[in-house]
Design a protein. Sequence first.
Length: 345
Amino acid sequence: MRASRLLSILMRLQKGQVTAEELSKDLEVSVRTIYRDMDHLSFAGVPVYADRGRAGGFQLLDGWQMPVTGLTTIEAEALLLSGMPDQVRQLGLQSAMLSGQEKILDTLSAPQKDFIGKISGCVHVDPVSWFGAEEPAEDLRELADAVWNQRKISCVYESWRGEVQRELCPLGLVVKGGKWYLVALAIKACSEQGNQGKDNVDDVRDDAGDNAGNNERIYRVGKFQKVSVLGEGFHRPKNFDLVAVWRKAVRRYEANIYQDRATLRINEEGLRQLPRLGEPVVRAVMENKPEPDPDGFVTITIPIETLQNACADILQLGSNCQVLAPQELVDEMKDTVRKMANFYA
């Protein structure tokens, strides 16, 4: 989100000179995006200038400080999420966000207020996927409170094995595609050593060392049946990085969900419809797209889940595609098509 990125840049500039390349690497955007962000900061009245040369970079005018707005801690937290108003509402931070925005607007000049008003009226962020819906997350506020205050929770969770009871150390929240997820450590991963002299606070043991992310588990917030915030606290692992842990979990999920591969003979129309099968399928085909045969078909290999899921997905391509392998999937396709044909016989 540009708003949070501009704030990050501004906070970094207050520490001293920084290059566009350094900001690009830290914020994971292109150098060109950083230059555009600098233009936006300058237009908004921030006295930022660039020094040319090998030792150059961006810096603020000597003595300039970000205006004091009187923001409370909760208002500042809410503003960092202001690009996701629905998620702010779910977290119970809407009033804090509006109050914080009003305080910031009070520090701006009339032209700056007009410009911000134009931007907010021209840009809308909709984080929910097409035909998706915002998943109910009744326990989200309690979970968020436990994350903010580093309090252990006791919960009943609906897993694929049925309802299970857990005690967790909640480390962070992630929202993806309109659904909330909790990153947490099971209570057994909380060290019961070194607790002397502390009031009901345990240290979370980071057994993974440099490979942090091996102990954390991902829980879908909508599947919590009951959540109770305990009075017992814990200390987060020193090297815990929520973004890194989440990205690692996503890569692991995407790698594990596709257990096999299928060979297809597909025409140009089928290739155009291929995005229906998901981004990993499209990516696999684009990496090695062969030349078509005289009939206009190409032979491709795609990743698949179970035979049943693969059959259902490939049927979406209709007569634009033929399964060549594995034989088990060919048989599954034949059996399904035969049953469908019987409905129309």
